[in-house]
Design a protein around this ligand. Sequence first.
Ligand SMILES: Cc1cc2nc3c(=O)[nH]c(=O)nc-3n(C[C@H](O)[C@H](O)[C@H](O)COP(=O)(O)O)c2cc1C
Length: 369
Amino acid sequence: MAKNTFGNALKITIFGESHGAGVGVVIDGMTPGIDVDAEFINHQLELRRPSGRISTTRRESDPWQAVSGVFEGKTTGTSICLLIPNGDTRSRDYTPSVARPGHADFSAQCKYHGAQDYRGGGHFSGRITAGLVAAGGILIPALRKKGIEIGTHLARCAGVSDLPLDGAAMGDDHALREQLRLLGERAFPTLDSGAGERMVAAIEQAKMDADSVGGVLETAIVGLPAGLGEPWFDSLEGQLAHALFSIPGIKGVEFGAGFAMSEMRGSEANDPFRVIEDRIVTATNRNGGINGGITNGMPVTFRCAVKPTPSIAKEQQTVDFYKCEEQDFVIHGRHDPCIAHRARIVVDSVAAMVVADALLQRYGNDALA
Ligand SMILES: Cc1cc2nc3c(=O)[nH]c(=O)nc-3n(C[C@H](O)[C@H](O)[C@H](O)COP(=O)(O)O)c2cc1C
């Protein structure tokens, strides 16, 4: 039973703890000869890294190293291991027996009986997502070369909404591709920078209130061939949801119009098929580009609900699970007042991992060549 590995043709294994020697990723089954652009990997890690007043003050410089599977700037086809040493840890902020409400301290205790590394959330820390982002740093450019673009924006945060992603009606995805490219360059992931500034102000206010906020991340994957994915248990929705729910703090995933579809009539929810220049497309995309678990050629779209950061500075009620006693509790560690903006690049990376796996399964190991 693999606990830290995802994928079939392309297997991604994560490892590490927040305050251990390092975190990282092993990628097995990757197409040989794919460019490994160190600058792009650094750019992606930079988008995940805490920075500014709306992030934890822990400094993560992420001096990653390709320990195997990369030769002369290209993948060799054998397993790739990317190692990212940890730094700036302050383990004294954490106690082994006091459960942070909303975090995994108590559930980890129940599973590992005290053997877990509790420092900084250990293996349950958002720090582990650095390995996923480093993997995305290889996969995202490889997919781009195949015409597949992935991007995520912070659609809503602390009561503020961003502009919507373009719907790519009738298969015209030019405007959507442009939006996704723009988001990939933005440190704060909104299309409307005014909305972004208002979100940042609301996150700062939550921090001043010794509290935290969550958000909704919206993603589009453009350029996938129709016919990708499997029916039933390995549906593309199932694979994406599986991987997305592995990201700490994600508590909801919906595809296309998602839950809103339950309020629609069939005539509204159905995407009418049309033919444009000999191509079969749909006029709307409420199904999020997937029918029966398999892509229909329209952009794959989904939204993730990111919860407010569990570690907050406000006094809370909890228990000491060794003493089995209730206690009042104030967290002194360094934490993000919001994780949603940092999680967007994790979502992009995880989406790239699922899509690359699906392509390699369908078209073989050289599919990304
Ligand atoms: C990029 C990223 C950064 C995170 N930073 C923090 C943090 O500073 N403090 C915290 O309490 N949780 C943080 N989290 C969330 C916790 O790791 C997560 O809530 C916890 O592991 C429990 O998992 P669950 O929320 O999925 O149930 C972060 C998550 C991500 C993706």
